[in-house]
Design a binder for this molecule. Structure first.
Ligand SMILES: Cc1ncc(COP(=O)(O)O)c(C=O)c1O
Length: 405
C-alpha cells in the first residue's frame, strides 16, 4: 500500500449510532440496552440493580417460566439425555424429545405437520427462504419482524411490501403480480411494536382469492389469543385457509425455540431444504422437554388467558386515563405501547420507571414504525390485579416527574 493511503475502517458506518449512544448516556443515564437481571424471582419479578423490580417488559405472557411441571420435565431430560445434542436435526440431533415436542405442537394446533427449529428467527428465515424461490413473489406487511425480512433477503423471490395492515394496498400488490407466478403472503397475527392485530380475516380471504399461499407469524399471540390459544388465526376462524403458522417458544411457551406447523401434504420435504434447520445444532433435550410440557399445559390455559386479557384491558384503560398516548385505541393483545415524544424523554421515562421498581422495554427506530420511541409494556398472566394498580401508580409518578403527563 502506498504511503498516505489509509485503510478504510469497517466500523466507520456505525459512527452515527455510536454518537447517538454517547449523547444519550453522557449525562449519566442508565443504559437502557444493557440491563442485567441479577436474580429472577418469578415470571413477574427480578432483582435489577439490587432492587426488587416488577417485570413488564418480558414476553412471558402466560408465565410458564417457573411452572413446576415444566421445570421438572427439563430437569428430568437433562438427567436422562445430557446437556446438548451436538448436532443437526437431520443427523444426530433428533432425540425422542424433539419428536414429542412436534407431537405436542400438532395437537395444540390440530395440524398434520410440525417442525421444530432452534429459534423462531430461524423458523422464519428457513421457511420463507425455502418456500418462495426464483420467479416467486412474497407480499408482506412493511412492519414485519426482522426475521421475516431476513428470510426474504436470504431467498431469491421478488419482495413486495405493503403499508401496515392496509387491506387495499395488499390486494393491489397481489393483483399486479404476473399471471402464473407463485405467491406467498406473509402477515403477523399481533405486531409486537404497537401490539396491534392484523385484519386477518379479510387479508386471508383476499390472499386466497388471488391464488396466494399464506404464512402467519403468531409469535405474540400463541397461548393467549383464540379459544384454545392458537392465535389470531383461530380467533377470526381462518385456521383452515392458512398454509403455514410460524411461532416461537421464547414467548408464551417460556423457553427458546421456534416452529412451523402446516397441513400441506408435502410439508415434510422442508426438513431437507431449509438451510437454518439443516445447518445448525438442534435444541438441547431439556429445552424441548420444557417446551412440550408447557405447550400441553397451554392447551388448558383458559383461566390464565382470561386473567391476562383482564390485566391488559386494565392497564390500557389506566394508562389512557392518566393521559398517556397509546399505540392502540383499546387493548388488542398483551402488548400496550406507550408513545414517547422523543428518544431523550423516552429514555428518561424508562429510567424513572426503573427507579420506581418497574422494568419496561424501550423501543426506538429502526425497530419501531414511523420513527416512534415507545415504552412497550407486555403483561403476564401471573401479574396480579394489585400489581397492575402498583404499575399505574409508578407510571403516574414517573410521567409527572419527566413532564410527559
Ligand atoms: C413476530 C416475531 N417473529 C419471530 C420472532 C423470533 O422469535 P425467537 O425469539 O424465537 O427467535 C420474534 C421475536 O421477537 C417476533 O417478534
Amino acid at each position: 500500500m502506498s504511503e498516505g493511503t489509509s485503510t478504510p475502517d469497517l466500523f466507520s458506518k456505525f459512527d452515527p449510532l455510536i454518537e447517538q449512544r454517547r449523547a444519550l448516556l453522557e449525562h449519566g443515564l442508565t443504559d437502557p440496552f444493557s440491563l442485567v437481571m441479577e436474580k429472577v424471582l418469578s415470571p413477574t419479578r427480578a432483582i435489577c440493580n439490587g432492587r426488587d423490580t416488577i417485570l413488564l417488559g418480558t414476553y412471558n405472557y402466560m408465565g410458564m417460566t417457573f411452572d413446576p411441571d415444566v421445570i421438572e420435565a427439563g430437569k428430568q431430560a437433562l438427567t436422562d439425555f445430557g446437556t446438548g445434542t451436538t448436532g443437526s436435526r437431520v443427523l444426530n440431533g433428533t432425540y425422542q424429545g424433539h419428536k414429542e415436542c412436534e407431537e405436542a405442537l400438532k395437537e395444540f394446533y390440530d395440524m398434520d405437520h410440525a417442525m421444530v427449529f432452534s429459534t423462531g428467527y430461524l423458523a422464519n428465515l428457513g421457511i420463507i427462504s425455502a418456500i418462495a424461490g426464483k420467479g416467486d413473489y412474497i407480499v408482506l406487511d412493511i412492519d414485519s419482524h426482522a426475521s421475516i425480512w431476513d428470510g426474504c433477503a436470504m431467498g431469491n423471490a421478488e419482495i413486495v411490501p405493503f403499508k401496515h395492515n392496509d387491506i387495499e394496498a395488499m390486494e393491489k400488490r397481489l393483483k399486479r403480480i404476473p399471471e402464473g407466478a407463485g405467491k406467498l403472503v406473509v402477515i403477523e397475527g399481533v405486531y409486537s411494536m404497537l401490539g396491534d392485530v392484523a385484519p386477518l380475516k379479510e387479508m386471508v380471504r383476499i390472499a386466497k382469492e388471488n391464488g396466494a399461499m399464506v404464512l402467519v407469524d403468531e409469535a405474540h399471540s400463541m397461548g393467549f389469543i383464540g379459544k384454545n390459544g392458537r392465535g389470531v388465526v383461530e380467533d377470526v376462524d381462518v385456521m383452515d385457509d392458512v398454509d403455514f403458522i410460524i411461532g416461537t417458544f421464547s414467548k408464551s411457551v417460556g423457553t427458546v425455540g421456534g416452529f412451523c406447523v402446516s397441513n400441506h401434504p408435502k410439508f415434510e420435504i422442508m426438513r431437507l431444504v431449509c438451510r437454518p434447520y439443516v445447518f445448525t445444532a438442534s435444541l438441547p433435550p431439556s429445552v424441548v422437554a420444557t417446551a412440550a410440557t408447557s405447550i400441553r399445559k397451554l392447551m388448558h390455559g383458559s383461566n390464565k388467558r382470561a386473567h391476562l386479557w383482564e390485566n391488559s384491558r386494565n392497564l390500557h384503560q389506566g394508562l389512557r386515563d392518566l393521559g398517556f398516548q397509546l399505540g392502540t385505541e383499546e387493548a388488542q393483545s398483551a402488548i400496550i405501547a406507550v408513545i414517547m415524544p422523543d428518544l431523550e424523554k423516552g429514555a428518561a421515562m424508562w429510567e424513572a420507571l426503573l427507579h420506581e421498581g418497574l422494568y419496561v422495554n424501550l423501543a426506538r427506530p429502526p425497530a419501531t414504525p414511523a420513527n416512534m420511541t415507545l415504552l412497550r409494556c407486555s403483561l403476564c398472566a401471573e401479574h396480579t390485579e394489585e400489581e397492575v394498580r402498583t404499575i399505574l401508580g409508578m407510571f403516574e409518578r414517573a410521567g409527572k416527574a419527566i413532564g410527559i403527563i
